[in-house]
Design a binder for this molecule. Structure first.
Ligand SMILES: Cc1ncc(COP(=O)(O)O)c(C=O)c1O
Length: 379
């Protein structure tokens, strides 16, 4: 059966594209790199050029910012959680219990950041979360509470428990009235981009044409869009968000012209991206900041994991989890899916294109990883 992707191409002219003022004031002024670089084991994550894989995808250049070893927690979410907790404690010193809901990576990161500051963490997880993800949270001394429901249900429970028990909610999504902490989380993610200031974006031209961003609630994508909008207001690279077909809430929201829940089954291997509804704050930025909203079946993400793990000729090997590889999955779909030929042309992805992707997680679920890197795909 052929793999089918779905998409929405935003109109070229989007005169309304402005960053939310309150958000951008914080985003621009904060220097998360100054904080992160003082943490033990801080190292900028590498930028890797994969020229052979680029050739096979019929593009000029492919760069991967590889977050797979960030702070030995194997995912980029450490940057947001640690910065938000640090800023909160700066303003409110003392002992606190931090809580959050998570599909895995964010909860592990909140527990890690709380432990580093000698604070407590309570993490709410959806009932079908993989055992290895629960273990990763427990290793960081996080108390795990299993919620009988999906990611949205876990968020609701974390909100209720925070209110009831006086926990400090460090949630990486936002809703009306809850924007301060998510803004700090998005500001924390900026460290990744500040590292790129030294590695890639050293001149007045971004030197890339496309950025692929795998998205769950969209907070990370909104941070990257804000960075480019501030740094290259007139020559921003084109932004493509990539979501699982069955959990495509950004795509659904742009179609409905307002924040909407996915109509998909939410059955996807890309568990980090399996969030029912976008972040209220991120959506304000992404609705105009994204050029192409793309949703892909799982097989493209699996193929991307395999292409990173079994490198082409002299390319470097990269360890990527299902969600981490999804950006490359989106690029792979645009390269090979015949039904995307028209949109590929319209957006201008071709043999001259220079593309940046991010591997946002390494091996966070080893059993799944072992199985997926050898699984047959339809791609
Ligand atoms: C590995 C990975 N990549 C990307 C994302 C997407 O981030 P966001 O939910 O902010 O869109 C997540 C979210 O958990 C993730 O775990």
């Amino acid at each position: 059966m052929p793999l089918i992707c779905t998409y929405y191409l935003n109109p070229k002219e989007r005169p309304g594209f402005m960053l939310d003022r309150k958000f951008n004031k914080v985003f621009k002024n904060e220097d998360p790199l100054a904080y992160h670089s003082k943490i033990r084991r801080y190292e900028p994550t590498p930028l890797i050029s994969l020229s052979r894989l680029a050739k096979s995808l019929e593009i000029k250049e492919l760069y991967v910012k590889d977050e797979s070893r960030r702070f030995r927690q194997h995912n980029f979410k450490t940057l947001g959680a640690s910065f938000a907790i640090h800023k909160f404690l700066e303003a409110n010193p003392g002992k606190h219990t931090f809580c959050t809901a998570t599909d895995g990576n964010h909860g592990r990161s909140v527990a890690w950041a709380a432990k580093m500051k000698r604070q407590k963490a309570v993490i709410f997880i959806p009932v079908n979360t993989a055992l290895s993800r629960i273990k990763n949270i427990k290793k960081q001394r996080g108390k795990v509470i299993i919620v009988d429901g999906d990611y949205d249900a876990a968020v609701l429970r974390a909100r209720e428990e925070a209110e009831k028990n006086g926990y400090i909610l460090i949630q990486d999504t936002s809703w009306e009235g809850y924007t301060e902490i998510p803004t700090l989380i998005a500001a924390g993610y900026k460290t990744m981009m500040m590292e790129l200031d030294e590695l890639l974006h050293t001149s007045k031209e971004p030197l890339i044409d496309f950025v692929f961003l795998q998205s769950g609630v969209g907070t990370w994508a909104s941070s990257v869009v804000a960075y480019y909008r501030n740094k290259y207001p007139r020559n921003m690279p084109k932004i493509i968000t990539v979501e699982p077909m069955e959990s495509d809430s950004l795509l659904e929201s742009i179609r409905q012209k307002g924040l909407s829940k996915t109509k998909g089954s939410q059955q996807t291997l890309m568990s980090g991206l399996n969030c029912g509804t976008p972040s209220y704050l991120a959506w304000k930025i992404l609705k105009d900041g994204v050029d192409l909203f793309l949703a892909i079946p799982d097989d493209y993400a699996i193929k991307a994991m395999q292409n990173l793990y079994f490198p082409f000729k002299n390319d470097r090997q990269i360890f990527a989890g299902e969600s981490g590889a999804a950006g490359l999955g989106g690029l792979t779909a645009l390269a090979f899916d015949e039904s995307l030929e028209k949109v590929k042309k319209e957006i201008g992805l071709n043999r001259q294109s220079r593309v940046l992707i991010f591997n946002t997680e390494g091996v966070t679920n080893p059993e799944m990883f072992e199985e997926l890197i050898i699984r047959e795909t339809e791609v």
